[in-house]
Design a binder for this molecule. Structure first.
Ligand SMILES: Nc1ncnc2c1ncn2[C@@H]1O[C@H](COP(=O)(O)OP(=O)(O)OP(=O)(O)O)[C@@H](O)[C@H]1O
Length: 254
């Protein structure tokens, strides 16, 4: 079966630096793929390449077999690929509702701003932001801004949603709420890629993990396989932490 998204030998150079180095990776429809690796490993660059923000300097990106490597970001968004941003920067003077509607219009999920505003109310209800729909985005807390990012992503009516550290800076109950939301989004049939530094979180939510190190993909597999991978333990996790995570992990399929 054709993968929903496939990277074939994808590299992205910034001058002399290979931020991504011949990465080959498939994402199947319906999965939650966790993308992990140390700071500077190339995780955000992978999202930027897929969404056309920093196109690949070599290799190809295929969406259900269609080559999207050189398309502009708005064309890629209109094919159902949405992302959130690690650094949350809503339009500060626009209301929460208007920010979400802007995402819908950008991705062509709404034919007009009016329709975008109507659809956006549903996404605000889903993400628990309905009560503050009319507040200026600049007044939101970090947790609310992260939810706004999710609502904007959903407003793009994605088949594939890439989440860049949506839990960073949240307290543990906020993380639990965000995780429940990610699972509910997946239940709606949206395929998800999640970048996450909190290992316990990414292990609990992901059906598969992919590990980047210095721009190269060093492991892909079930969480159980990846946590036991020698290369991943040496490059990223360390012995003790890997053992602790493996012990804390619920049984596969549970
Ligand atoms: N626009 C850019 N110009 C130059 N170098 C860049 C650019 N974007 C990323 N890089 C470099 O590419 C490498 C990979 O960065 P990237 O942000 O993809 O890593 P990351 O795995 O997402 O890191 P983190 O976990 O810290 O967010 C880093 O060395 C970074 O400095």
């Amino acid at each position: 079966m054709t993968a929903l998204l496939a990277l074939e030998g994808v590299s992205r150079r910034f001058g002399g630096l290979a931020a991504l180095d011949t990465v080959t990776l498939s994402v199947e429809a319906g999965e939650i793929l966790g993308l992990i690796g140390p700071n500077g490993a190339g995780k955000t660059t992978l999202i930027n390449v897929v969404t056309g923000v920093h196109p690949a300097t070599a290799g190809r990106v295929l969406l259900q077999g269609e080559d999207i490597t050189r398309l502009k970001p708005y064309r890629i968004a209109r094919k159902g690929l949405a992302r959130t941003f690690q650094i949350v920067q809503p339009f500060p003077r626009m209301s929460v509702l208007e920010n979400v509607a802007a995402g819908a219009v950008f991705a062509g999920a709404a034919p007009s701003l009016k329709e975008g505003l109507r659809l956006s109310r549903e996404h605000l209800a889903f993400t628990g932001l309905a009560q503050i729909a009319d507040k200026p985005a600049s007044t939101l807390t970090l947790a609310q801004r992260k939810r706004l990012e999710l609502a904007k992503g959903l407003a793009m009516n994605p088949r594939f949603l890439m989440l860049d550290e949506v839990n960073a800076g949240l307290n543990s109950s906020e993380v639990d709420e965000a995780l429940a939301m990610i699972r509910r989004i997946a239940e709606r049939g949206v395929t998800i890629l999640v970048i996450e530094h909190l290992m316990k979180v990414v292990v609990s939510v992901s059906t598969r993990l992919a590990v980047l190190h210095h721009g190269a993909l060093i492991a892909v597999g079930t969480p159980r396989e990846v946590l036991a991978d020698r290369g991943v333990i040496e490059a990223y996790l360390g012995e003790k932490y890997a053992a602790r995570l493996a012990g804390a992990r619920p049984a596969e399929g549970a």
